[in-house]
Design a protein around this ligand. Sequence first.
Ligand code: C5P
Length: 229
Amino acid sequence: MGKDVIIACDFKNKEELLNFLKPFQGLNPFLKIGMEIFYKEGPQLVRELKEQGCKIFLDLKLHDIPNTVEKAMRNLSELGVEIVNCHAAGGIEMMKAARRGLDATEQGKKSELIAVTQLTSISQEKLEKELLIEKPLPEVVKTYALNAKAAGLQGVVCSPLEAPIIKELGLISVTPGIRFADGSKDDQVRIATPDYAKELGSTYIVVGRAITGATDPVAAYKRCVKEFC
Ligand code: C5P
């Protein structure tokens, strides 16, 4: 799969999401479906969106003992989503189990499995004081990415600013924190514009509010595609 723009569908239910998608007909966008809407609407929503021709990044961030993650991934495997993820913090054995679960069906074998390294909400201070990891954040991200690679995963979620390191490791990077040069930063800190993310070598950019909050979401989406792809 090549470079693409993924729209973060942070909507509270299916009705809001389908309303948002109406003007996108025929564009078949790549959508990120997260915990909020998935826990409300369930796997049926994903099936319907796939039937409509959308590509899906299922952002459920699995993290449990290997046996449980394998069985949960087996259930997600039949959805045949393009990308699904788990936490690298669950360890190499858990990530291997996640890949095995996903490989349970033919369509699941085609899904890319990526790892969350460190959440962008975790600062260096929290890493040290709460998680007792006394290492620089970039070193932790790189080590977790190497663990993901060793477990047979395809890539990681990270800041676009970390994309060059990830590319060097031969992994794909899925990067949120994207803003237009003339747009608002909101609560994101380590941000990049779509064209800077391209220059840094991101494989996929995840864009939420810069598209969903725009006066003309389709125009904002097309602008992202034009700058990034
Ligand atoms: O609106 P915005 O473009 O900031 O949305 C970014 C999306 O990416 C949100 O769904 C957010 O939860 C997600 N995300 C993130 N940082 C991460 C992982 C996921 O912003 N490290």
